[in-house]
Structure formats: C-alpha cells, structure tokens
Design a binder for this molecule. Structure first.
Ligand code: AGP
Length: 606
C-alpha cells in the first residue's frame, strides 16, 4: 500500500521524485519523504500527511542532487507521523519499503542486543540496520544487501541508497510489486509503471525474489538465488493522458464518466461484434468444468457475486464467491476439476493473491480478471482476462468495477453457449445486449443532476440502507461501500428479503433507504419491501427503470429512472446512479474523494 520511487542519473532529481510520488499518492498518503545523495552524503526530507507538506519542507530545505529515492506511506507498523515516515536511515544506509517484514521483531531484538539504537516503530528501519551491519563486516553493498534479503520473512519492495556509493540504487521485490524504468543515461525504480511513467515507457517488471543494482548506465538484475538474469523490457502505453483529471474535479468523477468507454473496450475484447459471438481468451473447456471458485476483496468481491448470479442462471455452472481474507485461512474443500478466478483491479491485493495461490496448490486451473496486466496475479495464473478501462486512480473503484462485471457477463454467456444451455441465436442476442450496454451506461450517467439533488438529502443522514434482490443485492453492497468509503456515512447493503429478519428495526423517518429494483423477475418482491419500509416511515429512494417507475408503489421520496435494460446488463446500468450518489454526497461533505482517510488503492499487506 505504499509507493516507492528511485532515480539514479545526472539530472536534478528532487522535482522528479515529487512528480512521481504524486502519481503514487493513491497508494497511500499518511506521510511522504525523499532522500538524495548531496555531496556524497545522503540527506532526508520527510513530512506527515500529503505530498504538499513535503513540498513545503523542501522549499525550506532544498535538496540539490541527482540520485534519490522517495516514498508515500500507508501506515502498517507505527503511527503515521514524521518519525515513522520513510525513508529510514541506519548508518550508511537509507531506504524506502513497501510491504510488511513479518520477522522484524526478532531481528530488531537481535540488533538492539548488538547495541543498535532505533528511531522509529517501523519494521522498515530494521532492514536499514541489517544492511548497515552487513556493510560493517566489510561486505560490498550488493553482497550486504543480498545477505540482508536472505534474512527477511514477509513482503517487500525496496529502494536503497548507500553512502559512499553515489551512483547506485539497490532494489528488491518479494510479495510487493517493483519495476525498473530504462532511461537515457539514467535509470528508475518504482512501485509500478505509473511511478516511472513521467520519465520512460520502457519498463522491466521484476520477478518475485529478484534484486537489482542500478547505476545511470543500466541495471544488473539477479534472481532469488543470486544468479544474474535478464528480464524483458516492455514498452508500456503512454498512460499519462489517462492519468490526468481533464476538466473533472476528481479522478473518481472522471472515472465514473469514463465507464461507457471502459466497458465498451472491455466488452470488445470478449466478443466478436461482427458475428455477435463471444470470444473468451484462454481456451478453457467450460463444458468439462465442474465448478468456479471466485476469490476477491471489496468491490472486486462484489463484481464476483454479480458474476455468480449470471453464470449460474445462464450456464447452470456452480459458482462460489468468497472474501479472500476468510477463504485463505479456512481450509476450504477444493477439487482439481474446478477453476479459481481471482478478481482484482490491482492484481496485487495480498489476501486475494494468497487465496489464488492456495487454489493453485490444490491443482485448480487459475484465471484473473485484472486491470494491471503485468501484476503479480497476472503473471501467476493460467489465464488472464484483462479489463480495458485504463489506470484507475481514485481509491474508490468505479470504472474497474463495471469493467470487471463486463467480463463476468461475457464469461456467463460464453460458458452458457459452451455448455449448451443457450443456443447460437440466444448467444447472438445476448452479445448484442452487451454491445448496447455502454450507451445505456452513458444514459444513466446523464441522471447526474437529479442525483446531485438527492445527494443533498443523503448527506444529512446518519445511517443509510441499500436494498436489492438478485444481482441488485450485490449492487446494494456496492452502493453502501461507495457511500461509506468516500463520505464516511455509515451505510449497509442488504438483500431486500433479509429486511424482515432484523434490519427493518433500523427504519425510521430519518433513514434514507435506497432500493435498487429494475423491472425484472425480482421487481414485485422489491416493491413489497418498499411498501414495508414506507409503512414505517422509511424515506425511499427508488432506483428503477421506466417500467418499474410505472409499477412502483406510491410514496417513495424520489424515484430515479435509469434506462431500461436487459437483466444481463442491468448491474452495469444501475451502477452509475449509486456511484454518482456517493460521489456527490462526498463532495457535499467536503471529503477527500480520491484519497479517503485510512484507505489505499491497493492493499498489498494482509
Ligand atoms: C473499492 O472501492 C475499494 N477501494 C476496495 O474495496 C477494493 O475493491 C479492494 O481493495 C480490492 O482491490 P483490488 O481489486 O485491487 O484487488
């Protein structure tokens, strides 16, 4: 959840470190810091909170240097204060770290016993002391670094400066992503391609266990055994334009509005528009498949639940969806004839990665629905199903969510055709429904002004309930998650049929109830639930479509009429209203929409 950058070159480095850290700020913003080699000495500048606080420090105490490292932090060990801010220094060693060192306590005790003093509560500082201690035995920097890596248990992506080795940055990765960027007379190290994006589009994705020595002429890469290896250089798309906010106030607003295009590009990758047939990459035999196990976290988990409804309904194929952090520790009964699908925007979420690896160890075929196509998960599965929505910077997932759902829809139709539960004509009809979805999403986004008005009411609420049935019960979870993670208003998503089993006790005339109910096979039941809550004073926001608006019981506080859509794609069309509602509530409350408190975009620690 932290972001790291390193630059070794011959140009002024500080501005560029800051530029890169700003692109990494979505990974964590509890503190920020840089270190650079100034006249042979390593100097640090650190600040609590956002990068702008670090910039203020640099105005007071400039760093004029050509080689340096930088870090944005999401606190794991130690409070988010300056003392725990990276970079951390011990003797000649200054470094930044993303990950968690699981054996840091015993290492720290050993180092303290050897007389070393610590200035922070972090696990990271232990690494700096270890490298410094190895240097003190006379080892060269690279050997001291390798000896240290061999002692660490846990996850790390590291960038290291060594005093006296001015034209050198050391790096290593295990369990956290790290890339090398190739420049002209300069080299870069970063958490992902976005970090080095301002400087180069030539990227080397380090493998698990790799470590590297960079100078401004190039990189020496070594694998976990210490053997020198070559890793391929990839030219990554110039995603800089996708990263700017354009004329939107927030990345989240832009990304909500980017959804028609993101879903269109994603759907196009899974269908043949000319023949109106599905075209799922990966060559899986859905006919022989006995079961699908989906593992994911957060919004990606919710996309998986929507997938379950569609795949089981259409393809009569059993699907289980589980929260990865529970799944990985409960010894689930798995069978080799199943397929595990990891759902992950980042492809780096620690719990999802561990759950995926658990399934692979049980002999299951593996796939990932992922945005970051060079991520750890993407490199470990048998089949990669990319979403093509471009980099998602807002911490609250929107365009990645609907792109993930788009892949689930394509998978449901493809599996149904392969298993013979639908015929060619039905497949073609459903593919045409998919191709039409982006236009309907755009129409739903057109409801923004009315949603802004509703947001003014919701912003006053203490608690909000989201209800739905079928795939809309999953979307109710997503609506609640969006609202609480960016506006900090408590919200719960519930299967509407569960209302009578407890949650209805929450309903009073102060509680907004958002009911998601397109005119589908569940509509009548949802309409009954709507009457039940209104009878108790509940203030209902009824999100439906034209037919639903016509048949809705009277008395809703407001009815939001999304475009009519086939049940296959209604989750795509109904997503925009709940996303826009959450977004405008958060804006009204003055919340930090793109970087909500306590969150990070990619949870790469347990
Ligand atoms: C979504 O709005 C959240 N930011 C969060 O739940 C996210 O979906 C979750 O952390 C999973 O991330 P991933 O898709 O990168 O694995």
């Amino acid at each position: 959840m932290c972001g790291i950058i390193g630059i070794v070159g011959t140009k002024p480095v500080t501005e560029r470190l800051i530029d890169s850290l700003k692109r990494l700020e979505y990974r964590g913003y509890d503190s920020a810091g840089v270190a650079a080699v100034v006249d042979g000495k390593v100097e640090r500048r650190r600040a609590q909170g956002k990068i702008k606080n670090l910039e203020a420090v640099l105005v007071e105490q400039p760093l004029v240097a050509q080689n340096g490292i930088g870090h944005v932090r999401w606190a794991t060990h130690g409070a988010p204060n300056v003392g725990n801010a990276h970079p951390h220094t011990a003797g000649r060693v200054t470094l930044v770290h993303n990950g968690i060192i699981e054996n840091f306590a015993e290492l720290k005790a050993e180092l303290k016993a050897a007389g070393r003093a610590f200035e922070s509560d972090t696990d990271t500082e232990v690494i700096a002391h270890l490298v410094d201690a190895e240097l003190a035995t006379g080892l060269a920097p690279l050997d001291a670094f390798k000896a240290t890596l061999d002692r660490l248990t846990g996850a790390y992506a590291l960038a290291v400066l060594i005093e006296g080795a001015d034209n050198l940055i050391l790096g290593a990765r295990r369990g956290s992503p790290l890339v090398v960027g190739e420049g002209q007379g300069e080299m870069f190290l970063g958490s992902d391609a976005l970090a080095v994006g301002p400087f180069t589009n030539r990227v080397i994705y380090l493998e698990e266990g790799d470590f590297v020595a960079l100078d401004h002429d190039g990189a020496q890469i070594f694998d976990v055994t210490g053997a020198s290896v070559q890793r391929p250089v990839k030219v990554v798309p110039a995603s800089a334009v996708m990263m700017e906010k354009g004329n939107y106030r927030h990345f989240m607003e832009k990304e909500i509005h980017d959804q028609p295009e993101g879903c269109q590009r994603t759907i196009a990758a899974y269908v043949d528009a000319l023949t109106a047939r599905t075209a799922m990459p990966g060559g899986l035999d859905f006919k022989a498949l006995e079961r699908i196990q989906i593992v994911a976290c957060g919004t990606s988990y919710i996309a998986g639940v929507i997938g379950k409804y569609l795949i089981e309904q259409l393809a009569d194929l059993p699907v289980d969806v589980e929260i990865a952090s529970e799944f990985r520790y409960r010894q689930p009964a798995l069978r080799p004839g199943s397929l595990v699908i990891a759902m992950s925007q980042s492809g780096e979420t620690a719990d999802t990665l561990a759950a995926l690896r658990y399934c692979k160890a049980k002999g299951m075929k593996s796939a990932v629905v992922v945005n970051a196509q060079e991520s750890t998960m993407a490199r470990e599965v048998d089949v990669v199903w990319p979403i093509h929505c471009g980099p998602e910077i807002g911490v609250a997932s929107t365009k990645a969510f609907t792109a993930q759902v788009s892949v689930m829809i394509a998978l449901a139709v493809a599996a149904a055709k392969a298993r013979g539960t639908i015929d060619a004509a039905e497949e073609q009809r459903l593919v045409r429904v998919m191709l039409e979805a982006p236009r309907l999403i755009a129409e739903a986004i057109g409801l923004e002004d009315s949603l802004k008005e509703i947001a003014a009411e919701i912003a006053k609420a203490r608690d909000v309930l989201y209800l739905g049935r079928g795939p809309m019960s999953a979307l109710a979870l997503e609506g609640a998650l969006k609202l609480k993670e960016i506006s900090y208003i408590h919200a719960e998503g519930y299967a509407a049929g569960e209302l009578k089993h407890g949650p209805i006790a929450l309903v009073d005339d102060q509680t907004p109830i958002i009911i998601l109910a397109p005119y589908d096979s569940w509509f009548e039941k949802s309409a009954s639930n709507m009457s039940e809550v209104m009878a108790r004073g509940g203030q209902v926001v009824f999100v439906t479509d034209p037919q639903g608006a016509k048949h809705a019981p009277a008395g809703a506080r407001v009815v939001v009429t999304a475009p009519a859509s086939d049940p296959l794609v209604s989750a795509l069309v109904m997503s925009a209203p709940i996303q826009l509602l959450a977004y405008h509530v958060a804006v009204l409350k003055g919340a930090d929409v793109d970087q909500p408190r306590n969150l990070a975009k990619s949870v790469t620690v347990e």
